[in-house]
Design a protein around this ligand. Structure first.
Ligand SMILES: [Zn+2]
Length: 133
């Protein structure tokens, strides 16, 4: 169940893939990275600020597999954020295989709308921050 803020909402994999890493950092909180191979192209998706992680490293996931639960408010998995949100990103290539660092990941970010269809009427708003990194 989720409350009205979105904390606790289901966070789903964007496509079939394999969970490659899950870990915690101060500002990203609980986070999960998933490798995808879509029509022969490799991508990595990331889900940050989770209040709960519900998958394991090495686990195969399908599109819409439950990855975890949304956090993003203080006390829901990290210490930097102040409002509930899913921090979703998608990048070319396989982080933790073909490249490693967050800077390398950031350099490969794409607009997720290029490769996935966003739910039309889910939580309140989508904020495109691709251009602000
Ligand atoms: Zn965020």
């Amino acid at each position: 169940m989720s409350n009205s803020s979105g904390v606790g909402a289901n966070v789903l994999a964007v496509a079939n893939g394999v969970v490659v890493k899950k870990f915690w950092t101060n500002c990203g909180g609980n986070q999960v990275y998933v490798h995808h191979n879509i029509n022969g192209k490799k991508y990595t998706s990331a889900y940050l600020h989770l209040s709960q992680i519900l998958v394991s490293e090495g686990q195969f996931v399908s599109k819409d597999t439950l990855i975890g639960k949304m956090g993003g408010q203080k006390g829901t998995g990290d210490t930097c954020t102040t409002g509930a949100h899913l921090h979703l990103s998608i990048a070319y290539g396989l982080r933790y295989k073909d490249y490693w660092t967050y800077n390398d990941y950031k350099a490969r970010l794409i607009n997720p709308r290029q490769v996935i269809n966003f739910p039309s009427n889910y939580y309140s708003a989508w904020s495109n921050r691709v251009t602000r990194y």
